[in-house]
Design a protein around this ligand. Structure first.
Ligand code: 5GP
Ligand code: ZN
Length: 107
């Protein structure tokens, strides 16, 4: 099996541990939350980072951004931050592309 922690998460997390999952992406809570609500959206495909994106990923990344917005609404977030750390100098620790969503729920 791959050494990538997020590929492993995609493979082994039980359905209830995902906030969302389909054939292209999944979403789950960050193990070390930096905000009252902190989840990540990742592609099923192992893409290392923003730097590895090509035109073939445009549809996927668009769907992931839309999912960030949908899940933020479902969490009752009125405002939130969307963050993609890129490269070691950009603070990236896990080299499988992920979109952080950080906010506070007002539900
Ligand atoms: P990065 O710094 O690469 O943008 O973010 C990686 C994030 O993944 C960190 O916020 C870290 O807390 C989270 N993380 C690392 N390992 C795991 C894990 O095994 N499970 C979950 N849910 N989050 C993880
Ligand atoms: Zn991976």
């Amino acid at each position: 099996m791959t050494d990538c922690i997020f590929c492993k998460i995609n493979a082994i997390l039980t359905p209830t541990e995902f906030i969302y999952k389909d054939e292209e992406m999944s979403a789950f809570y960050d193990i070390s939350p930096k905000a009252p609500v902190h989840f990540m959206i990742i592609p099923k495909l192992h893409i290392e980072s923003m730097d590895a994106l090509t035109e073939q990923h445009i549809n996927l990344i668009g769907k992931m951004m839309l999912k960030a917005s949908t899940l933020a609404k479902e969490h009752g977030l009125k405002g939130y931050k969307v963050k993609i750390n890129t490269g070691v100098e950009g603070g990236q620790e896990v080299f499988h592309l992920h979109i952080h969503v950080l906010g506070r729920s007002y539900k």
